[in-house]
Design a protein around this ligand. Structure first.
Ligand code: 3AM
Length: 177
């Protein structure tokens, strides 16, 4: 079995700048720059044969390159405990289209359809049950504008460990005009 997800890789300089946004935040366990990514489709544990089918289906996904705009900082969690700090990404039509085609590829190879709404984001830090109000001041400052030129998407393997997950880039699928 192999634990996979499909996402967008980030150029190293952008990843470094994004990682810098969470420096010094209370209770934040920062995601290392080399692990930063945007998840397009979480796959989870699948067998090697299905992984090979998924790889083939992903090579057949067609989409033109596009540019993404990064947006605000935000939190997942609830009113009492923030769990995840992220930088938002504009859910533009080309991004939704690409995610939709990847979803179609995933269901074609027999994976269960994703039922949750697509909320594109780049997770910057996991939070150890921080009260959201402790982060309000940091979140109120708009982060410097950033864009991301999307010229490929990536199949990642997620390696879980007590020290946090490591994400290995397995295959890059170029977008072509
Ligand atoms: O890209 P982010 O960091 O938001 O939380 C996991 C991570 O999200 C998420 O998939 C990304 C790559 O591991 N993830 C982990 N388990 C998941 C699950 N069961 C999941 N997403 C949906 N369902």
């Amino acid at each position: 079995m192999i634990r996979l997800f499909v996402g967008l890789d980030l150029p190293g300089d952008l990843a470094e700048r994004l990682a810098g946004l969470t420096a010094g935040l209370p209770g934040a366990r920062r995601i290392e720059p080399e692990n930063l990514h945007l998840t397009l489709r979480f796959v989870g544990e699948i067998d090697e044969a299905t992984a090979a089918d998924l790889d083939l289906a992903l090579t057949r996904v067609e989409a033109a390159p596009f540019t993404l705009t990064l947006t605000e900082l935000g939190l997942f969690g609830d009113r009492h405990r923030a769990r995840t700090l992220w930088r938002g990404v504009e859910a533009s039509p080309p991004l939704r289209r690409l995610a939709g085609r990847i979803e179609a590829a995933a269901t074609r190879v027999g994976l269960a359809a994703e039922t949750r709404r697509f909320t594109p984001h780049i997770t910057l830090a996991r939070l150890d049950s921080v009260r959201p109000e402790r982060l309000q001041r940091a979140l109120a400052v708009p982060p410097p504008p950033e864009t991301l030129a999307v010229e490929a998407f990536t199949l990642f393997q997620s390696h879980l460990s007590p020290h946090g997950a490591q994400y290995e880039r397995l295959v890059s699928y170029p977008l072509t005009a």
